[in-house]
Design a protein around this ligand. Structure first.
Ligand SMILES: Cc1cc2nc3c(=O)[nH]c(=O)nc-3n(C[C@H](O)[C@H](O)[C@H](O)COP(=O)(O)OP(=O)(O)OC[C@H]3O[C@@H](n4cnc5c(N)ncnc54)[C@H](O)[C@@H]3O)c2cc1C
Length: 447
């Protein structure tokens, strides 16, 4: 394979962020008479959708405790809605079903969704929550629920199909996407820190601007860019100078191999994506033993792409030094970072806790398909969208990002010289300044 000797814009990674940036940048350049997709090259060491974007559950929601995240998600939902067919997007809505410990947080989310015009319904109190849920599913039985936030927009999209749709849009704009091209090192300018070329397994590519959209591989590229492994973080009035920039969590997801049609609403429709958090004790649906009496959470949806009811539970933290974590082989191919029996029992039991239709279904869990995968997180678990070394734009979504299809549109805006208000709260300098995003009472690191 031959790679071009030089390009104006080199984008590393053909996941949601690399592809979305390429597509929108091509449109921007053309509209401004400053170039076209022919100025943009996307390289991927494997191919389109080979990373987290290609295995994601695909949930698209607004439900975030952090105002800046909510605004960004509202923008991204508009991008999903702009072409549901190409993005394989199912606008079924999303529900956050919560215990009392999260009530106040979710009430605030609802108030702020109203303020930004994002349509949702909020139900409060145990009895009203049960009534609302039974109005949708007559077998609803989850315990410990005192509020329900029902987002009318959002839903989910099919991971690989949406990446193919995005890649086709970029290619229609003249963007070149090269698979099997791995960036192994960078060349830097002699009088500046800027990157002047990518050294790949297929040869050298000189470039004016680099965009990094490598998802869980960000720690490796960050090291190649010689950016700091430990950073200063100011939080709660204290300053720490030795905080590791990256850490890994392992996402736990799987599929119950039932007919997806069995999970419909009382009136026969496909339901919203359900996310349930509760502090009610969870007992095994296999033998009634206690699984946990601490707060737990799951999410699920019927999904023909996965062939069943698909979803996940809280991730677990990978305790190894990030440089020692084996990101490759990634996702289902990984011998280490795929789900095991504990997840299967917990998730299937949690489904049965929520809806009677799932009782006794654990044997149908798809054990023949590996699932789950790594995500790479920042010190405060929220994204970094920023420039480094003068001409390198890093899109590090801290594993929030399949739903963030609109980020590439905003990055494209910044690449042509306009600052995006929505991206401002995600600059790297926030760690040292102590301008961190607020944290919620959710058991998930991404809410
Ligand atoms: C199991 C799982 C489920 C998830 N579910 C959801 C969800 O429901 N909703 C949601 O919003 N988010 C979800 N996420 C998070 C989301 O998938 C990621 O945040 C997002 O897809 C990251 O996109 P990306 O474009 O940054 O990276 P990726 O999609 O990972 O793409 C990075 C690409 O870079 C390439 N690459 C890496 N290194 C190099 C190199 N040196 N040279 C060339 N190419 C390179 C890789 O081959 C890969 O194709 C989930 C994540 C996981 C793991």
């Amino acid at each position: 394979m031959s790679v071009p000797q030089g390009v104006k814009y080199a984008i590393i990674g053909a996941g949601v962020h690399g592809l979305s940036t390429a597509f929108h940048l091509a449109q921007r350049l053309k509209a401004a008479g400053r170039g076209s997709g022919a100025d943009i090259l996307v390289v991927d060491k494997t191919g389109v959708g080979a990373g987290a974007s290609g295995i994601a559950c695909g949930v698209v929601r607004n439900n975030y405790f952090q105002p800046a995240m909510r605004e960004l998600m509202a923008h991204s939902v508009e991008v999903w809605e702009s072409d549901p067919k190409a993005y394989s997007y199912h606008p079924v809505g999303y529900m956050q079903i919560s215990p009392e410990s999260m009530h106040a947080d979710v009430a605030l989310i609802y108030e702020q969704q109203k303020a930004i015009g994002y349509e949702s319904t909020f139900v409060e109190g145990a009895d009203d929550s049960m009534r609302y849920m039974r109005g949708l599913f007559d077998d609803w039985q989850a315990q410990g629920i005192t509020s329900v936030l029902h987002e009318k927009r959002g839903g989910y999209a099919n991971n690989q199909a949406s990446m193919r749709g995005l890649a086709a849009k970029a290619q229609e704009e003249g963007v070149r996407i090269l698979s099997g091209v791995e960036v192994n090192s960078f060349e830097f300018g002699s009088n500046s820190g800027a990157v002047t070329a990518l050294n790949t397994n297929q040869g050298r590519i000189a470039c004016d601007t680099v965009v990094v959209g490598v998802g869980p591989w960000v720690n490796k590229i960050w090291n190649l860019l010689d950016l700091p492994k430990k950073i200063t973080v100011k939080a709660n009035g204290k300053v720490r100078d030795d905080v590791p920039m990256w850490k890994f969590w392992c996402l736990e997801e799987g599929t119950l191999g039932v007919d997806p049609h069995m999970h419909r609403t009382n009136d026969g429709r496909f339901p919203p994506v359900l996310h349930v958090d509760t502090d009610a004790p969870l007992y095994s649906d296999r033998d009634r033993k206690l699984i946990t009496d601490k707060i737990w959470g799951i999410y699920y949806k019927p999904d023909f792409n996965f062939g069943g009811v698909q979803g996940g539970a809280s991730p677990y933290k990978v305790e190894q030094d990030p440089d020692q974590v084996a990101v490759d082989p990634y996702g289902p191919e990984s011998p280490e970072f795929v789900v095991g029996e504990d997840f299967i029992e917990m998730w299937c039991s949690a489904l049965a806790h929520c809806q009677k239709r799932f009782e006794g279904q654990m044997p149908l869990y798809k054990r023949d398909e590996n699932s789950g995968g790594l995500g790479c997180f920042t010190p405060d678990n929220f994204p970094v969208f920023d420039r480094f070394r003068e001409n390198v734009y890093v899109i590090a979504d801290s594993n929030h990002g399949y739903k963030m299809i609109g980020v590439g549109k905003l990055v494209a805006q910044e690449l042509v010289g306009e600052t995006s208000r929505l991206l401002e709260p995600f600059r790297f300098a926030r760690f040292a300044k102590g301008e961190l995003h607020p944290t919620s009472h959710s058991p998930f690191p991404w809410s």
